[in-house]
Ligand binder design. Structure first.
Ligand code: C5P
Length: 232
């Protein structure tokens, strides 16, 4: 399994995205397109970035009834994305349906990963508002096990949870981890952060990095530093 750095393109327009991507001339980073950019520009943004030679993680976090998710995943698969995701809270049946929808006629499909509990959800709110009567860590592990049982490739989680997920689901089960900061960089609104080197040590397979690259004075140098620390 290839370790890689995924750059979160959290821009609100195609123009801003291309202005950023144009800086990369000798390397083509794996990029993440999230809801903001996708809802602003639609599927054409995926096709255009793909045409420029980038791998794409389409981060739309689907969560609906199995039939709707299956049909939607079939549409996303035809966009030729490399990775996409859904909420494990949609149940094992929904995740299985998603995989079916995603699988192309020739048997190939994008990597499919699940969100367990969003890192913005505290244990207190999960218990008091969602009435989930377990610890947040047990919930994360159980949702990861459900994702594995459904046949998914891995989960999105904090790098600090990656070890726990690997212990429960095996080292082959992928962990895709945001919340990465350089040791000498700004933390911003992220709370539980770690460095690219530490994420590598813990066993993340992909790190998702936004502002430490997008807001850097020299984004290409910041990207290369990330790759150097994480991939080596
Ligand atoms: O700018 P920054 O490096 O914080 O960007 C991290 C990216 O990862 C953002 O696109 C954010 O939405 C995403 N993400 C996250 N935490 C999660 C899931 C996704 O930061 N639990």
């Amino acid at each position: 399994m290839g370790k890689d750095v995924i750059v979160a393109c959290d821009f609100s327009s195609a123009e801003a995205t291309f202005e950023f991507l144009d800086k990369f001339t000798d390397v083509k980073p794996f990029v993440k397109i999230g809801m903001e950019l996708y809802y602003a520009e639609g599927p054409s943004i995926v096709r255009e970035i793909k045409k420029r030679g980038h791998k794409i993680f389409l981060d739309l976090k689907l969560h609906d009834i199995p039939n709707t998710v299956k049909k939607s995943m079939a549409v996303l698969s035809r966009l030729d994305v490399d990775m996409t995701n859904l909420h494990a809270a949609g149940t094992v049946d929904m995740m299985k349906a998603a995989l079916e929808g995603l699988t192309r006629e020739d048997g190939t499909r994008p990597i499919l990963i699940a969100v367990t509990q969003l890192t913005s959800t505290s244990e207190e709110r999960m218990q008091n508002e969602l009435l989930i009567n377990a610890s947040i860590n047990d919930t994360i592990v159980k949702y990861a096990q459900n994702a594995k049982a459904a046949g998914l490739d891995g989960v999105v989680c904090s790098p600090l949870e990656a070890g726990m997920v690997k212990a429960a689901c095996g080292t082959e089960f992928m962990t895709v981890t945001p919340g990465v900061r350089f040791a000498d960089g700004e933390v911003g609104d992220q709370v539980r952060v770690t460095t690219p080197a530490k994420a590598k040590e813990i066993g993340s397979d992909y790190i998702v990095v936004g502002r430490p690259i997008t807001a850097a004075a020299d984004p290409v140098a910041a990207y290369k530093r990330c790759v150097e620390e994480f991939v080596g």
